[in-house]
Design a protein around this ligand. Structure first.
Ligand SMILES: *Cc1c(COP(=O)(O)O)cnc(C)c1O
Length: 384
């Protein structure tokens, strides 16, 4: 079974903890640790690590790209990709205002890369209005930056793990071609999108020039991302990775886990999606005066719901889920996180390889207990 090596329990086993803050908390499986211990390695800066080379070849094939590159993180994968596309000074990229690249990467493309980011408004489904995109493509004028690149995110994290429709990507590609722009996909969770659409990732990426995909999230590897793209693009990324300090030596020990992430890790993602569905539908059946959820928005392994009751704050609600009361007939705490934007008192749960279908039922039990408690509080405050 491709379940976790380490459990996500904490402390000395008193109260079990199911950690749903993110799929980044996943630990390498026993099979991964075995593969890491046995990995054949060499100096990857010299291109001599056979396991890294195998990972890059396998990833390139899977992604339908000419070449691939192993990098330490998704942030570095995105940054190298953006820099490689925006090679000329004065370049500008267009991207969603809810993009991870725009919000959570320290503005690195501007801070370190000198690239001007210009946003378009993300729709709730993670796409954007293509007319707005087109209206923001610069004309050739020495007053203006040079539009070079459009970035999309799939699945779209802040929008709640939304899967971009293939029809949207096709139209975006046509627009990009019309204006000679490159398209980069922040595919941190690309394999979740592929699993949700039930298509190979290459089918999604036929509309993109490049991608950065995390091995270290739902796919379960401890470290690393891969970039995919054309050979000359990847050659630029190799240089960029080096100047950023991301040239690693015997990194085959990490790539060995990455190889299993691409096979076994990807093959089980539909289980995470099924479990997210179970939890979302269970929440929908609970008291709607406390929590509300849009089931249509739950498309992958991310569940966002809104705390509509004002009896507690979202922070207090999260704290209640993570608190054990001996009066409850359930030895379980759940860790969740505030929805990235905090928009509409949103709270986020993420399913991953350490959460089974039985766990999903237990999670719902805990939700019921906490929601009943919150509903009771509201009653009290109304009585006063
Ligand atoms: C996690 C994530 C990244 C960055 O990956 P790190 O490995 O944490 O640097 C980029 N984009 C999205 C959408 C992510 O969720």
């Amino acid at each position: 079974m491709y379940q976790g090596g380490g459990s996500n329990s904490q402390g000395d086993g008193a109260v079990r903890v199911i950690d749903m803050r993110s799929d980044t908390i996943t630990k390498p499986t026993p099979a991964m640790r075995q593969a890491m211990a046995n990995a054949d390695v060499g100096d990857d800066v010299l291109g001599e690590d056979p396991t890294v080379n195998a990972l890059q070849e396998k990833a390139a094939k899977l992604l339908g790209m000419e070449a691939a590159l192993f990098v330490p993180s998704g942030t570095m994968g995105n940054f190298c990709s953006i820099m490689a596309h925006c090679w000329e000074r004065g370049s500008e990229m267009l991207l969603g205002d809810c993009a991870h690249i725009f919000i959570y990467e320290q503005g690195g493309s501007a801070q370190l890369g000198g690239i001007h980011p210009r946003t378009v408004r993300n729709k709730p489904d993670g796409t954007f209005d293509l007319e707005e995109v087109e209206s923001k493509v610069r004309t050739s004028d020495p007053h203006l930056p040079i539009t070079r690149l459009i970035c999309v995110e799939n699945t779209q994290n802040i929008c709640g793990g939304r899967v971009l429709p293939l029809s949207f990507l096709k139209e975006l590609r046509d627009l990009a071609d019309k204006h000679k722009l490159a398209v980069h996909m922040d595919g941190a969770r690309l394999m979740n999108a592929a699993a949700a659409l039930n298509v190979p990732p290459s089918e999604i990426l036929q509309y993109c020039d490049s991608v950065s995909m995390c091995l270290s999230k739902g796919l379960g590897a401890p470290v690393g991302s891969v970039i995919g793209g054309k050979k000359d693009f990847i050659a630029r990324c190799v240089r960029l990775r080096k100047v950023l300090g991301g040239g690693m030596r015997q990194s085959g020990v990490l790539a060995a886990a990455g190889l299993l992430a691409l096979t076994d890790g990807a093959a089980r993602l539909h289980q995470d999606h099924d479990n997210a569905r179970i939890i979302a539908e269970g929440i929908k059946r609970l008291d709607p005066s406390v929590l509300q959820i849009d089931l249509e928005a739950v498309q992958s392994n991310i569940i966002v719901f809104n705390l509509v009751s004002h009896a507690v704050t979202p922070n207090q609600f999260c704290e209640m889920l993570n608190t054990y009361d001996p009066k409850d007939d359930l030895d379980l705490n759940i860790r969740v996180s505030m929805s990235p934007t905090g928009f509409k008192r949103g709270i986020r749960c993420v399913t991953h390889l350490h959460i089974t279908a039985e766990d999903a039922q237990l999670v719902l039990k805990k939700f019921r207990i906490v929601i009943d408690r919150v509903a009771g509080m509201l009653g009290e405050s109304v009585d006063k």
